[in-house]
Design a binder for this molecule. Structure first.
Ligand SMILES: NC(=O)c1ccc[n+]([C@@H]2O[C@H](COP(=O)([O-])OP(=O)(O)OC[C@H]3O[C@@H](n4cnc5c(N)ncnc54)[C@H](OP(=O)(O)O)[C@@H]3O)[C@@H](O)[C@H]2O)c1
Length: 347
């Protein structure tokens, strides 16, 4: 089968690899569509030469192992998968063997492959940051309805792929949402449900968020974090508010706000990695969240239900081409050339 492999020059290229051998607890996914995330170019830069590539894909179940519990996965289903690539396994290939309870959700007929390919890393990251017990720990929306809350959240960089899902899930939970992006993405943020929109470049950003929140917000989800963003975002918090973000940071740079802040790292808390131990996020010690596996398995069902009911808005997709074109997409993503959209590929 064709698979993307990291080359000596840190580019990716299609090479031939054997179709994975199925273990009894696995199913075999024939990949149809890929979604590109910044983590892909980061792992291509950091993982060993010769390693496999890709976190997010959608495909069709071709074979189901004998120990997969009955009723869980069936041949012919379309499923969207979040995985962490390594030496032998990556999402950017024609086939991938998937442990049945790894983070993957059944895509209903109402959702296209391309739409589903925008979800795995961004949407599970949104869930973990918003509802994880050691993150913002916000009450989850009821399964069949709209939540209600008197809390306000500030979603910094709401037009990122993570932000698109954070805004929607926070609204479903009933929160008031203040978000920021470039001005041309304000209509997108409003469509997702944001109550107030701001430009993250605004020199008075912190003051404006605080004014809109009558003094300070209950929660911050910083979907950008870099370049001093987090240091500003945490200044919008109430004294007892909580913040999460998506990249490592220097806790000392947050002063007393460090105690109110805990980064979200989706890879460290999936079923493949769920641990009681604090994890190392490039030097930053993260609090463990052993309940995250349960949270993810609940949302695996909820993504299906929301998709079926037409209640999830997906990141706008841009057709990047085929596996051979992924390298160009990684360069585009790295150069920051995407705005409120996601590159997807046919395999
Ligand atoms: N920790 C985790 O588990 C985890 C999971 C997923 C992603 N991440 C990380 O989260 C970050 C975002 O990932 P993503 O996939 O959501 O990103 P993305 O969709 O590729 O982000 C594109 C968006 O970034 C926004 N942006 C660019 N420069 C900005 C700035 N200076 N301030 C605020 N926003 C800016 C742009 O907004 P405008 O066009 O509106 O300006 C654009 O819409 C990446 O660093 C990624 O590696 C971490």
């Amino acid at each position: 089968m064709r698979a993307l492999i990291i080359q000596d020059d840190r580019a990716v290229k299609v090479e031939e690899r054997p179709v994975p051998t199925l273990q009894s607890h696995d199913f075999l996914l024939r990949v149809t569509t890929l979604g590109l995330n910044p983590t892909d170019f980061k792992s291509v830069g950091a993982n060993p030469i010769g390693a496999r590539v890709g976190s997010d894909c959608v495909g069709i179940v071709e074979e189901v192992g004998s120990d997969v519990p009955s009723g869980k996965v069936a041949k012919g289903q379309r499923r969207a998968l979040l995985t962490r690539p390594n030496q032998e396994r990556g999402a950017f290939a024609e086939y991938i063997a998937v442990k049945w309870d790894e983070e993957n959700w059944l895509v209903p007929d109402e959702v296209t492959d391309e739409q589903a390919a925008t979800t795995p890393v961004p949407a599970y990251t949104a869930v973990l940051g918003l509802f994880g017990k050691t993150r913002l720990a916000l009450p989850q929306p009821p399964r069949n309805g709209q939540g209600s809350s008197d809390k306000t959240i500030y979603v910094h960089a709401g037009s990122t792929s993570v932000g698109v899902y954070v805004i929607q899930l926070a609204k479903m939970a009933g929160l008031r949402v203040i978000s920021s992006s470039s001005e041309h993405n304000w209509p997108l943020l409003r469509k997702l449900g944001a109550d107030e929109v701001l430009d993250y470049r605004d020199s008075d950003l912190v003051e404006k968020v605080k004014k809109l929140a009558n003094g300070g917000v209950d929660a911050v989800y910083d979907c950008f974090t870099e370049g001093g963003a987090l240091q500003k975002s945490v200044e919008t918090l109430k004294p007892d508010g909580r913040a999460t973000c998506i990249l490592p940071y220097d806790p000392a740079s947050l002063g007393k706000r460090a105690e109110q802040t805990e980064a979200t790292m989706v890879y460290s808390m999936t079923s493949q990695a769920a641990s009681d131990e604090a994890t190392d996020f490039r030097g930053l010690k993260l609090k463990a969240d052993p309940s995250s596996f349960q949270l993810f398995s609940e949302w695996t069902e909820r993504f299906h239900e929301l998709g079926k009911a037409g209640k999830l808005q997906f990141v706008r997709t841009v057709d990047g081409g085929s596996l051979e074109d992924v390298q160009a997409g990684l360069e585009k993503l790295k150069a920051g050339k995407l705005s409120g959209e996601k590159l997807v590929y046919k395999v």
